[in-house]
Ligand binder design. Sequence first.
Ligand code: XMP
Length: 429
Amino acid sequence: MIQDRILILDLGSTENTELARSIRELGVYSEIHPHDISLTELRQIPGVKGIILNGGPNCFIEGEQITVESEIRSAEIPVLAVDCQGADPWPGDSETQLTVLRDFVFNTCEAEANWTIENFIAEKLSEIRSQVGKGNVLLALSGGVDSSVLTALLHKALGQRVISIHVDNGLMRKNESAEVVRVFRDEIGANVIHVDAAERFLNKLTGVSDPERKRKIIGTEFIRVFEEEARKLDNIRFLAQGTIYPDIVESGTKTTKGVKSHHNVGGLPADMNLQLVEPLKTLFKDEVRALGISLGLPPELVYRQPFPGPGLAVRCLGAITSERLQAVRESDAILRDEFASAGLDKKVWQYFTVVPEFRSVGIKDGQRSYEYPCIIRAVNTVDAMTASIEELPYDLLSRLTRRITHEVPGINRVLYDLTPKPTGTIEWE
Ligand code: XMP
């Protein structure tokens, strides 16, 4: 069954994602597309019931005001123009806006509220099968929420024609690689290849301190490893990735500059020769979790905290050294242990430690120490686009400080990051 959908054309609004979410919350599927989509491209998207031209402050590209092709306006699809090209801006308060939106979606466009996970699954299963044909798919299994849900969805679509590759890039959390491989092989029965590429990644990263370069190097190296593995297998032409909507939006659109390159979007090498399968790329994180549950994954797996593709590399700030990488890994293990004991692992969205490059003077065992600080970060968010701080109890902070400074070599101070997103991002790089 084809889901009805409302397209948002990005004419420079800063609130495209909020609008898409509001429409999905009304039960109607919505997607954001660039302003210069052609009528032909638009006609290829199934189920389009209406279009919102969402204007705003970023409506100038190189000094020129952007607009949509005039054929789009005369396409016999209802159009709502907001705050652009002389049309009406969104009226008044959020309640009035919702009334306008509701009226447009249900009365003008006559869209049906048929956006459900079951319909989404049915649509994706047939899309995946028709894209892949008789080919085999390699799947990048990091073990995080996105790649786990992706595995479940692809197994449902293609069964044994999915080969999951877990690359240990040396930037995983403590014991994580072994655990990921065990769960997927033994409990889920997936076809998993375990590649130990730690040395290779860390060599490439030696002396590299720029965050974007680190991300690009990791992204490129990932693809290289996948390609090498793919060449050893038969009839692999596809690479599945758990790219989700915020990864795409934050890597920059035509009207906004990117915040950072998510390794599975901006960091892809141009000469990659596997075709991408990215069935989660229009979903927000909370929707990915709902999908996972609906596909029958265990809740422990689905409600795991997210972990960035570049792993601990973005938490071992600047040029990575084995001493500081080990400090990030050990302090993260202590933090997770304490959060689990306090029952905070089910409450806090994401929590981790960061080790910067600078050192400070302290005292350890009665002697002067000149070591690194460890920064604690704990945040809550719905969709990772904005985030607020979890107010950790003082006794937990004291215990963490004691444990991390005593148990982790090279750390003599513990700091607590109080910055929401914005102005910070969740990760430090
Ligand atoms: P930021 O730091 O942008 O992070 O506020 C938002 C969320 O995304 C995660 N993150 C990534 N996830 N590949 C991913 O799959 C990446 O390159 C990446 N960088 C950040 C981050 O942990 C947070 O949950």
